[in-house]
Design a protein around this ligand. Structure first.
Ligand SMILES: C[S@@+](CC[C@H](N)C(=O)[O-])C[C@H]1O[C@@H](n2cnc3c(N)ncnc32)[C@H](O)[C@@H]1O
Length: 559
């Protein structure tokens, strides 16, 4: 498979391992919880902070548990005047890329930087997804081609599901100098073939096309063309006369078309009274009665999402303004209907939905409204930066609190707004609650500090096993020599760490081969001091040996 090369890739490929674990600090005041309930990670969550750190902080509790991910990252339009700073000049990003990719990163063009920003986030998102989960990413022409390559690399080409075309505008800009764009994309990947999409609910409009002019006891039906686009010479077996039972006349299609099925099937259709010749029985050609009762319980989702079905950008902005009571100029919200469709396709009533570029919180709004409709108890997690621009930092305008959280709070509790004639209206609350958390201090420093007293192997093993599995580890099984610290549910856990040596203990292809000889489990989680292998080699090892390996760096400054 051809892979995308970009400046900084060699550093960024394994960067997610090095991202230090940060604490998530709860803020009870900003949370919205039933009386007596304490903030926690089990319910709905708004996390204020950089999603790279937040996603890593979620791994111990949420790895492999999220059913549906939607993200709407900066499109990287390169347009300096753009309302939100999507050309990656926000202070947090600049600092991060300078620190992580170094000089190479500083020189990189905006597309390289964008790829560097996305890569480790995509890897962490994949870790959080359930085996039967899927991810939807909003994007436009600026980065779709790079994103597709990154996703093929991180999620696997075989897990590509669709490139959806969302008609984001209802009319083209007449002053556009080139070819006016009318759509964005949603790139969809499954975590594995275990993903099964749900059908979309049928609409009243669609059902209205089914009628019952002949009082058929099987209920309403819709007429379908009984011919198909092949000639008599191409399909001689589909060209035969049918007798109209009302007129007694033999009918054949003109020679450029043939019937839609064989003579045997037509005989059955005639017996079942499935051919329709019009109200007075004199139509030149029969139609097939397609009964509503035989069509699927819902609609198969397809790749064309018109604005009539899922909304457009204008409507989304107005909706956000109606909820907040003031315009939110820095936001480019997506319509709630667009997100409802994503959630309907990819989640069931008890699943977790994650959006780590939350913006105005549309994803939480969509989940809350679907829960209200189907009495589901889906949970949602939003991650949002507090500031996008230096001006917001200076003005202490925290958009995560003032826009994301405020919108979700109003949607939950209900809100008043001005109706079309200026009259006061009230939108009822959808109900729900959430915990507000912030990405706090790093739990561990990034590098081994030999001057410090390091914890004994067993202490670290106990900590890691418990954080990963919520179970105590069986000390009889722990083996510092091989690094094995336990197994649960077909998954093995390893720790490559030796506190008293000056040498690091690394994960390499050699160490993986050693485990392979003894370990029958298909899934391994390895905490290690250093990673001495390329991502590509690790992938190949996984493919060749039917294993899935998650590598994590040892958290060093455990107190
Ligand atoms: C296009 S907007 C998302 C809009 C959202 N879908 C909605 O409907 O409102 C992208 C958001 O991601 C946020 N963002 C960008 N980089 C981020 C990061 N590293 N961590 C968390 N949020 C980030 C930006 O602040 C911005 O609000």
């Amino acid at each position: 498979m051809p892979t995308l090369q970009f400046k900084g890739k060699s550093v960024i490929e394994t960067y997610h391992h090095t991202v230090p674990h940060h604490r998530l600090e709860f803020d009870a005041k900003l949370s919205l919880l039933p009386r007596g309930e304490k903030p926690g990670l089990d319910g709905n969550l708004i996390i204020e902070g950089d999603n790279l750190l937040a996603l890593k902080a979620l791994l111990p509790t949420h790895a492999g548990k999220v059913k549906c991910i939607y993200i709407d990252p900066p499109y990287n339009t390169g347009n300096e005047g753009w309302v939100y700073n999507d050309n990656l000049t926000q202070p947090q990003f600049k600092e991060w890329i300078g620190r992580t990719v170094g000089k190479e990163g500083e020189d990189a063009t905006r597309h390289d930087k964008w790829c560097c920003m996305m890569y480790p986030r995509l890897v962490l998102l994949k870790e959080l997804l359930r085996e039967d989960g899927a991810i939807f990413i909003s994007i436009d022409d600026n980065e779709i081609h790079h994103l597709r390559s990154l996703m093929d690399e991180v999620f696997g080409l075989e897990n590509f599901l669709a490139t959806v075309c969302w008609q984001k505008k209802y009319s083209a800009s007449n002053d556009h100098q080139g070819i006016a764009p009318m759509h964005d994309f949603l790139l969809v990947y499954q975590r594995s073939p275990q993903f099964k999409r749900s059908l979309l609910p049928r609409t009243h409009e669609q059902d209205k096309a089914y009628k019952n002019p002949d009082n058929d006891p099987r209920g309403p039906w819709k007429p379908m063309d009984y011919t198909c686009n092949k000639t008599k010479d191409e399909r001689p077996n589909l060209y035969y006369p049918i007798i109209n039972k009302h007129t007694g006349k033999e009918v054949c299609p003109d020679e450029k078309r043939v019937w839609h099925c064989s003579e045997d099937v037509t005989d059955e259709n005639l017996e079942l009274d499935l051919l329709w010749w019009g109200k007075d029985g004199t139509n030149a050609m029969p139609s097939l009665k397609n009964h509503l009762s035989t069509v699927q319980a819902g609609l198969v989702p397809n790749t064309w999402w018109p604005h009539e079905d899922v909304g457009h950008t204008d409507e989304a902005k107005k909706e956000l303004q109606r909820i907040l009571g003031v315009p939110a100029a820095s936001m480019t919200p997506k319509p709630v209907d667009l997100l409802r469709r994503v959630v309907q396709i990819a989640s069931g009533p008890n699943d977790i939905v994650l959006d780590s570029f939350a913006g105005s919180g549309t994803t939480a709004h969509a989940v809350l409204s679907i829960n209200e409709r189907d009495k589901g108890s889906r949970r949602w997690i939003l991650v949002q930066l507090p500031f996008e621009t230096l001006a917001q930092v200076k003005a202490k305008e925290n958009i995560c609190q003032e826009i994301t959280t405020e919108r979700v709070r109003r949607v939950i509790q209900g809100y008043s707004y001005k109706g079309q004639r200026g009259n006061k209206q009230r939108a009822p609350g959808l109900g729900g609650s959430f915990t507000y958390a912030r990405v706090g201090d790093p739990l561990f420093s990034e590098y081994r500090d030999l001057g410090k007293k390091l914890p004994p192997f067993v202490d670290l093993a106990k900590y890691i096993f418990y954080t990963e599995t919520s179970h105590d580890c069986d000390l009889k099984q722990v083996d510092p020599e091989s690094g094995f610290i336990g197994e649960i549910g077909g998954k093995s856990y390893y720790l490559f760490y030796s506190p008293n040596d000056r040498e690091d203990r690394e994960a390499s292809l050699k160490t993986l081969d050693r485990i392979l000889k003894k370990d029958k489990n298909r899934s391994w989680v390895i905490y290690t001091e250093r990673i001495w292998m390329h991502q590509e080699d690790l992938r190949q090892f996984e493919r060749e040996n039917g294993r899935s390996v998650r590598l994590m760096l040892v958290p060093f400054n455990l107190k």
